[in-house]
Write a protein that binds this ligand. Structure first.
Ligand code: MN
Length: 227
């Protein structure tokens, strides 16, 4: 085997409720997947093809702390259901899609909204707004075998005890199997890929010191302090 010329970076992992750790290969994020959020972001709520962007695998962070990032004064919370794949492929059918799911978790797609807004206006990519250090607080992955299909259930985000975002997983425009099928037409999905499935309406800014409690029925609460 060829010797590595520098030490290999650690493989990012997500803790699981079974005690093991889930290794992460890629992080896909779906944009505008709840109609009320499409409206609040100035979009057309009619069903359009889903679109995706990516975070970096090592942006996921299960520490329970979110360091307020530099170069922004408008950092928003987006509570999202995460889907983690145990296998993949290309051109996966909607019918077969759930066979590839290992489990689910609660996450936050933290966003420098000011930088994302500038990028949108200029027709530039979103990485500075979306794919920064520790921008993906995440709770433990829980096996799909225990949960069943996560196609309904309350999803909410409280800041300092006050409800900011609320919705139901059944309001997703593109359901979990459809997301997997769609993504697999463009990318070869593999074990270790995770999908952040979009956020309900009510996104808003946080400041240092805020306590975020993200909850999805069946998965429990992810508590994250803005530091
Ligand atoms: Mn999002």
């Amino acid at each position: 085997m060829t010797e590595l010329v520098i030490p290999a970076p650690a493989i990012p992992t997500i803790p699981t409720s079974t005690g093991g750790a889930f290794p992460v290969r890629r992080v896909y994020c779906i944009g505008r997947n709840y109609a009320a959020h499409v409206v609040e972001m100035g979009g057309d709520p009619n069903r359009e093809a889903p679109f995706f962007f990516q975070k970096n695998p090592n942006n996921l962070d299960a520490s329970g702390e979110f360091p307020y990032p530099p170069h922004s004064s408008d950092v928003h919370h987006e509570v999202e259901l995460v889907v983690a794949l145990k296998s993949g492929g290309s051109n996966i059918s909607v019918e077969d899609a759930l066979d590839h799911v290992w489990g689910y978790a609660v996450s936050l797609d933290m966003t420098r909204r000011d930088l994302q807004g500038e990028a949108k206006k200029a027709g530039r990519p979103w990485e500075t707004g979306k794919a920064f250090e520790r921008s993906g607080p995440i709770g433990p992955l829980q096996p799909a075998a225990d949960l069943g299909e996560m196609n309904n259930g309350r999803i909410e985000l409280r800041v300092n005890g006050q409800v900011r975002q609320e919705g139901d997983l059944n309001q997703m425009i593109w359901k979990v199997p459809e997301m997997i099928a769609f993504l697999s037409e463009y990318f070869e999905l593999q074990a270790g890929d995770v999908i952040m499935s979009g956020t309900p309406s009510g996104v808003g800014a946080v400041v240092k010191g805020d306590q975020m409690d993200a909850m999805i029925e069946g998965l429990g609460t992810l508590s994250v302090k803005v530091v």
